[in-house]
Design a protein around this ligand. Structure first.
Ligand SMILES: [Zn+2]
Length: 140
């Protein structure tokens, strides 16, 4: 795996622009939804099994995060909080590279072992987060 910095040719997919727009649209859409007092979605997995799914608490985590209550956001869903922090950092990065037209970092030439290590790490993180949610299921 190598980290390179490169400018994006005009005909290439612009990840920074697309995902910045998608994340802002999701935040604005969610804000409008909640400000109108529309109902939040109920988790069908929780309704059927009585156990929280992998994403249970993510909406309440996002609301707490946007109100600056990080400890409440963490208690609702730690992985969702980490994802929200990652999206916020990505959005700042994307805005900077789009405005400055700076070269963009890309990880290339992944070996199969590196790909597998990332896959295992993602599965372990998701499993640990789910174990946390199951251990704290009384709050859902
Ligand atoms: Zn759920």
């Amino acid at each position: 795996m190598r980290l390179i910095w490169r400018r994006i040719p005009p005909d290439n997919f612009n990840h920074e622009l697309v995902w910045l727009v998608v994340s802002i649209a999701a935040a604005v859409g969610g804000g409008i939804w909640l400000s109108l007092g529309l109902p939040t979605l109920r988790c069908p997995f929780l309704a059927v099994t009585g156990y929280p799914c992998l994403t249970c608490g993510a909406t309440r985590c996002a609301i707490a995060f946007l109100h600056g209550n990080i400890s409440a956001a963490w208690s609702w869903n730690p992985l969702a909080l980490l994802a929200l922090c990652g999206v916020a950092l990505f959005d700042v990065y994307a805005a900077i590279v789009l405005v400055t037209r700076a070269p963009r970092p890309r990880l290339i030439d992944w070996t199969q072992a590196e790909k597998n290590a990332v896959r295992v790490a993602v599965i372990v993180v998701i499993a640990v987060n789910w174990a946390y949610l199951l251990a704290h299921r009384a709050q859902y």
